[in-house]
Design a protein around this ligand. Structure first.
Ligand code: SIN
Length: 549
């Protein structure tokens, strides 16, 4: 029996925890209450071919095509072949996937060659899955087979003689004001990070407030390898709230059901950009929208949901989006609604193998915090819930076999810190040089999360230039020197975002080509010289907070 510590309670974390209960002593830590992470918000669905091997192979092919040539074929095959079994397991836990007659309803989303996206509650797939997993986890906690610690944030990993031996956690409350003085250690034989992504690096994001990259940053500080950090996905269709504040993600499933994108002249523009038009891969649609927005200067494009059906049809198929858009004052059954891209999903993260093992013994990672390689440079729609459940279960399998030592190094990767950042960057005629004023403006000498988000949005967004990335790198390096040691959870989150932003900008500078979601204006094509993936490690492991040393 091993002591297992799972941090994070989305689909990947709870799956890993439930599948580990039988033979181990399991503790689960979550930053808020159950259901406050990204899984709850997932709309479109979970991609899974239920029809047999031919369909599964096509799913794997579509996933690899979208991955920009660097998706890991073995990891993708494993995920696609195991999908159907996981859907049945989720059904057994009580998830009611929508049906059309006797059959499971199957939606179409961008770059899928076949309708294979299963959904629940119309557009509330994540909420339905999270509710079922929460019930199972709470039942296990009540039965005493798991210890559940809510409202606690990960502070750092404990590393003893090169092995991860648990984690330091601190109480967390909304707003992040709780003190790190209240941190405590949780020792474990194996620690599973399921802490999600870091959408809060950007000023416009579809992610919840808690998406501050805590697990990825703690793993980095502990010396784990991170990979593919330059690949960040921007969801094309986010409806910004007119008064600021959280907006509404408009699922790709809306375009899959017939929704179209229009410019301010009321004309479709995606047909010219790509043969798949509105159903091209997300990176293509996001870039086309930004390019269109530059022509109509800055005004969002419009998503026309009227081809999907009348008000009743829209409310029945997309109840969450229907209600949320109406709350913001829009009636999408009558008029197109304004949309623009927002930061959505990090393909990069903690490098893991087919058993979800990181490069550090005793540390596994699952879900968006991990980089299994299934997405490569770009994720196809609705593969994130699937990756979470498949690799969550694989983590539990590894634990059951005692396989928590580090895997062999991946030969398809190249260490980032050996690569020199290009000294000269070519003139940029796209954005006119530096977007974010950086250190030429004394206002920016002090660090705040809002400034970081603005810098990342303007200089490390859908279109990138060497000049903007270099300026971002200089500013981030300066902030890293001046930022004080954190004393609260909120300050620690800020530090996590800063460290991860710096590492990802460095990776984006090093990748002097365009591939998947990473687009360099001065290098607009895929280059054969960059078919490898960059691994990033800190040369000197450190801790964010010294009081628990
Ligand atoms: C969507 O419904 O468009 C988002 C789902 C995903 O990120 O795959």
């Amino acid at each position: 029996m091993a002591k297992v510590l799972v941090i994070g309670t989305g689909i990947a974390g709870i799956t890993a925890a439930l599948a580990s209960l039988k033979h181990n002593e399991v503790t689960v830590v979550t930053k808020g209450e159950l259901g406050q992470g990204s899984t709850e918000w997932a709309q479109g669905g979970i991609a899974a071919e239920m029809s047999g091997p031919d369909g599964v192979i096509r799913h794997a092919q579509d996933t690899l095509t979208v991955s920009g040539g660097i998706g890991d074929a073995n990891a993708v095959r494993a995920m696609c072949f195991e999908a159907a079994a996981h859907v049945r397991r989720l059904q057994a836990l009580g998830v009611q996937f929508d049906r059309e007659g006797e059959e499971l309803a199957r939606g179409l989303e961008g770059a899928h060659s076949n309708p294979r996206v299963l959904h629940a509650g119309g557009d509330a797939t994540g909420a339905a899955i999270q509710a079922a997993l929460n019930r199972a986890l709470r039942a296990a906690a009540e039965a005493g087979s798991v210890e559940l610690i809510e409202n606690h944030a990960l502070v750092d990993l404990i590393v003893d003689f090169g092995r991860v031996a648990g984690a330091v956690i601190a109480p967390h409350e909304q707003g992040g004001s709780s003190s790190l003085e209240q941190s405590r250690e949780l020792r474990a034989d194996v620690t599973v990070l399921a802490t999600g992504g870091a959408g809060q690096m950007y000023s416009h994001t579809t992610n919840p407030l808690g998406a501050t990259g805590d697990g990825i940053a703690a793993a980095y500080r502990a010396g784990a390898e991170l990979v593919d950090l330059e690949f960040y996905q921007f969801h094309p269709t986010y409806l910004a709230a007119p008064e600021g504040g959280p907006g509404v993600l408009i699922s790709e499933a809306v375009r899959g059901a017939g929704g179209t994108l229009l410019n301010t002249d009321g004309a479709r523009f995606m047909q010219e950009a790509n043969t798949l038009a509105e159903l091209a891969a997300r990176d293509v649609v996001a870039r086309s929208i930004v390019a269109e927005m530059l022509l109509q200067p800055g005004t969002p494009v419009m998503l026309d949901a009227r081809p999907v059906g009348d008000a009743k049809t829209l409310a029945a198929r997309f109840p969450t989006i229907d209600a949320a858009t109406r709350t913001l004052g829009y009636d999408w059954s009558r008029n197109p609604i304004p949309v623009s891209p927002a930061a959505h999903f990090w393909m990069g993260g903690i490098a893991t193998d087919s058993h979800s093992r990181s490069s550090l013994p005793g540390l596994l990672a699952v879900g968006e915090a991990a980089c299994t390689g299934v997405h490569g440079a770009n994720r196809i729609a609705s593969n994130s819930l699937l990756e979470g459940v498949v690799y969550g279960e694989r983590a539990a399998f590894a634990i059951s076999r005692g396989l928590w030592n580090a895997p062999a190094a991946n030969e398809a990767t190249v260490p980032l810190h050996y690569l020199s950042v290009p000294a000269r960057v070519e003139a940029d005629d796209f954005s006119g040089g530096t977007n974010f004023q950086g250190l030429s403006d004394p206002e920016n000498f002090s660090f705040t999360r809002a400034k970081l988000q603005k810098l990342m949005w303007q200089n490390m967004g859908v279109f990138r230039t060497g000049a903007d990335l270099q300026s971002a790198s200089n500013t981030l390096e300066f902030w890293r020197q001046v930022v004080p040691a954190p004393s609260t959870v909120g300050e620690l989150e800020d530090l996590n975002l800063l460290e991860l932003a710096f590492a990802s900008v460095h990776a984006a500078l090093a990748r002097a080509e365009s591939r998947g979601a990473h687009y360099r204006v001065e290098y607009p094509h895929v280059s054969k010289y960059f078919s490898h993936r960059f691994v990033c490690t800190t040369e000197r492991p450190f801790r964010a907070y010294s009081a628990h040393l």
